[in-house]
Design a protein around this ligand. Structure first.
Ligand code: ZN
Ligand code: ZN
Length: 486
């Protein structure tokens, strides 16, 4: 869900305080590790392409998860699947003892973003799902990185535990939140993550906390012309609730985001709908504000139900923390990314990119962006949310972005699906895989960095911090994509 549009806008911003803290990498003998990833290019491209074609939505990523697991099993990892009540979650492990370093991989697709790898709108399956957030590359790069790191550990007699954690349903399913809640990260010392983007950079900003949920109204059906007085419209309740929340926007703290879709609104105009549903998100950088605004949205639902003589229930679907960036790890990741560097587009890729940039919704970003690594620079909070947020409050976490899309691409678009299915996506994926492997090697080689990252997390959380989630007591919403709801 995350993307790096804001950071790309601040291309030229270099913050001296951050730049001054950069350190060189200390891990030895990493060249064969990087060469191993390059040597696996065709294989990993094939894995990513298969997952791109599967295009499985949240908690339904059966084939995608199985494919990544089979790659890890074949490479000698011990793999467990079915984690935290999520059938498609998995943990692959190699080694033993401390430190425990984990790479994370997502693999869920988005409804409605099916698209062929061509620079014009052409769905592979009309109305089908597609990888408009690049998670087919995300999971595959982390697997490639983990396999290379394992080989490096074995070749160099490195002690410690390497984990590759497969995390389902990032897109609204809060897959990682249930894993955090159930202790999957309790003994992990550092988490290395990445996300597809249209530039190469390291995350230094926070994101938005959120709560999402579905409001289901029940009324009484009746002939809409013959006996409307006997009907109680659930759709009326949905519409009135929406009117109230739209007025509410004026009276909430700045930076609040409220959005909704109507997921059920009746089947025929001549029948008063007795069953209607809306699906809401509330977001803000501060979790406490999100909770307050969410209570007011629930009040609107209650008011709408009273006024329309309907009943309702609310089902929380997801909730995430805002990301807590770890500067200690960000500096290591920046150095690693600079060592690996970006890549140039081939003539065919440039042609594809230029044609895609002519489609609607592009900002004019130079194609040379793929070859650059942006400086480490803080910017405003990214107005998106990620379940990596919860992870980042319990484990020191770093996230980088690699240019898997044509420069100027927005996430969650058919253009992202299109480029992600081409060699541009593969090239970006390899940048991520190699950069993350270098960070992993550095953390296994430098206990002081791991300790400093933990100390930074402890200080930023403040005394008395205890992780809690509004999803406590709930099961993962394994059916939240059922019925084609977005
Ligand atoms: Zn996304
Ligand atoms: Zn994403």
């Amino acid at each position: 869900m995350r993307f790096a549009a804001l950071a790309l806008i601040s291309l030229a911003v270099v913050v001296p305080r951050l730049a001054a803290q950069e350190a060189r990498l200390a891990a030895a003998n990493t060249a064969p590790m990087l060469a191993g990833i390059d040597a696996g290019t065709a294989r990993y491209a094939d894995v990513a392409r298969q997952i791109w074609q599967f295009a499985e939505v949240g908690y339904q990523e059966v084939k995608s998860s199985a494919l990544l697991q089979s790659e890890l099993t074949a490479a000698g990892f011990a793999v467990k699947h079915g984690i935290a009540g999520e059938p498609t979650a998995f943990v692959a492990e190699f080694g033993s003892g401390k430190p425990v370093i984990a790479l994370l991989g997502e693999f869920d697709a988005l409804p409605g973003l099916s698209q062929d790898s061509v620079p014009v709108r052409r769905p592979l399956r009309a109305g089908g799902a597609g990888h408009g957030c690049g998670h087919h590359l995300l999971g595959t790069a982390s697997v490639a990185s983990a396999i290379a790191l394992k080989q490096w550990m074995q070749a160099n007699g490195v002690k410690g535990t390497l984990r590759m954690i497969g995390t389902p349903a990032e897109e609204g399913g809060s897959g990682k939140v249930f894993m955090v809640r159930d202790g999957v990260f309790d003994d992990v010392d550092a988490v290395i993550a990445w996300h597809p983007a249209s530039g190469n950079l390291v995350e230094t900003t926070t994101s938005l906390a959120n709560i999402s949920g579905k409001f289901r109204f029940r009324g009484q059906s009746a002939h809409a012309a013959g006996s409307p007085e006997r009907g109680r419209s659930a759709l009326d309740a949905v519409e009135i609730m929406n009117v109230m929340t739209n007025f509410l926007r004026e009276h909430v703290p700045a930076e609040t985001r409220i959005h909704y879709v109507i997921t059920k609104g009746g089947a025929a105009p001549n029948v008063v709908p007795d069953d209607a549903e809306s699906y809401y998100y509330v977001r803000h950088p501060d979790r406490a504000v999100v909770k307050q605004v969410w209570r007011r949205v629930e009040d609107a639902a209650r008011g709408a139900a009273i006024g329309t003589a309907t009943s309702y229930d609310v089902s929380i679907v997801g909730s995430v923390y805002a990301l807590l960036p770890n500067e200690t790890l960000a500096h290591v990741q920046q150095r690693a990314l600079e060592v690996v560097g970006g890549y140039a587009l081939s003539a065919a890729e440039r042609d594809f990119a230029q044609r895609l940039q002519q489609s609607e919704g592009f900002s004019a970003v130079p194609l040379e962006t793929t070859a650059r690594v942006l400086p480490l620079a803080p910017s405003a909070a990214s107005p998106t949310s990620t379940d990596l947020g919860d992870v980042s409050w319990v484990v020191p976490t770093v996230q980088m972005y690699a240019a898997t899309w044509v420069p100027g691409t927005a996430a969650h678009t058919w253009q992202a699906t299109a480029a992600g299915g081409t060699s541009i996506g593969v090239k970006g994926m390899l940048v991520a895989a190699k950069s993350m492997a270098l960070v992993g090697a550095e953390l296994f080689s430098s206990p002081a960095i791991v300790a400093a990252a933990r100390a930074e997390l402890t200080a930023k959380r403040g005394a008395g911090f205890q992780y809690e989630t509004v999803l406590a007591g709930r099961k993962p919403p394994l059916d939240y994509r059922a019925g084609g709801t977005p």
